[in-house]
Ligand binder design. Structure first.
Ligand code: UFG
Length: 328
């Protein structure tokens, strides 16, 4: 594969998705350097690779890094990603997700590194007007988090036009699961994501799961989401990297499983996987949650041959549970 033996800077490589990416790059024989400030990442998720603790917006640090290493590409996972938090602290999101990315791209341009893979999000679409969501669906984010990600996508298109910087923006739907090794997995603090919370309720670490909203216009009244395994996400990045290394043009792709599961579906499948009863408390809607978010990932399947290995939710939850059990 063209990516083997390439040198890749992984920004945010100590985070949940970044750490899984680093594993896949290592398995593909890439030479990886990680830059992470550990503000939300965790050093425990990184083993063996070159690790630099620092901010991606630190131009002096970036100049040193880009002078010392000749990178074939940069992958950027370092962002704040909580929709609710972004509503209360928009400037923190604009600073971290947008301003710091300006500094990173600036350093890339100064050092003539011209390939970039960006972690974008389904939140760029806002409230969907059509399901499944394709890449040409209108982008109208409903929160600062989505605004910052869309602003970076637009900045990337401008950088391509001006400097020939080629990029792939990957719009993740709901990342879930853990590496089969169960050595790395999801560990946010505080945890806000559904599957880790459901699993904590399954093994009694918390008393119950609160279901945010039971009156949505869906079959069981709870929100429907598209869960995609974190290693399938990482695999898509490898395909995108290969395409850029082969001279491919800039592109934007959705990454989802194309299957929608309601919150109640997730809970009942987690009961099946864990063999435990999961106590549920019905709670009001969480502000900013769209009723249904399901991707069409046809474009990346067709153009890059992406074929997710985790094609059902039980398989995804099983890997998350194996990781969860090790976090005692
Ligand atoms: N939920 C609950 N109870 C909880 C936690 C979540 O009912 O304790 C519900 C939410 O209301 C939502 C669903 O479970 O309906 C999934 O919630 P998550 O917080 O796990 O994920 P989100 O869909 O809100 O957001 C995720 C990422 C975002 C990204 C978005 C894109 O965290 O960064 O997917 O789809 F923008």
């Amino acid at each position: 594969m063209p990516s083997s033996d390439k040198k890749i800077l992984v920004v945010g490589g100590a985070g949940y998705i970044g750490a899984h990416m680093v594993r896949q790059l290592a398995r593909a024989s890439c030479d990886v350097v990680i830059l992470d400030n550990l503000s939300t990442g965790n050093r425990k998720l990184v083993q063996g690779e070159a690790f630099i603790q620092g901010n991606l917006g630190n131009s002096d640090l970036l100049d040193k890094l880009f002078s010392r290493h000749t990178f074939d590409a940069v992958m950027h996972f370092a962002a704040f990603s909580q929709v609710g938090e972004s509503m209360h602290q928009p400037l923190a999101y604009y600073r971290n997700n947008l301003a710091e990315t300006v500094a990173l791209l600036d350093a890339m341009v100064r050092h003539d590194v011209k390939r970039f893979i960006f972690s974008s999000t389904a939140a760029v679409y806002g409230e969907p007007v059509a399901i499944p969501i394709t890449e040409d669906h209108p982008c109208a984010p409903t929160n600062p988090y989505g605004n910052t990600k869309l602003a970076v996508e637009r900045m990337l298109a401008d950088c391509d036009a001006a400097y020939g910087l080629k990029f792939t923006a990957l719009r993740y739907f709901n990342a879930a699961g853990a590496d089969e090794s169960a050595e790395i997995g999801e560990m946010h603090d505080p945890e806000t994501h559904l599957i880790p919370i459901v699993l904590s309720a399954a093994d009694g670490r918390i008393d119950h799961i609160r279901v945010f909203g039971t009156d949505y216009p869906t079959t069981d009244g709870t929100c429907v989401r598209d869960y995609v395994h974190v290693n399938d996400l990482a695999q898509a990045h490898l395909l995108a990297l290969d395409a850029l290394l082969e001279g491919g043009d800039s592109a934007v792709y959705n990454l989802g499983s194309s299957h929608g599961y309601s919150v109640r579906d997730v809970i009942s499948k987690a009961e099946g996987v864990t063999g435990k009863r999961i106590p549920v408390v019905e709670a009001p809607r969480r502000p900013g949650d769209p009723a249904v978010l399901v991707a069409s990932s046809e474009k990346i399947r067709r153009e890059l041959g992406w074929a997710p290995a985790y094609d059902n939710l039980e398989k995804i939850i099983r890997t998350a549970w194996n990781w969860h059990l090790k976090q005692k």
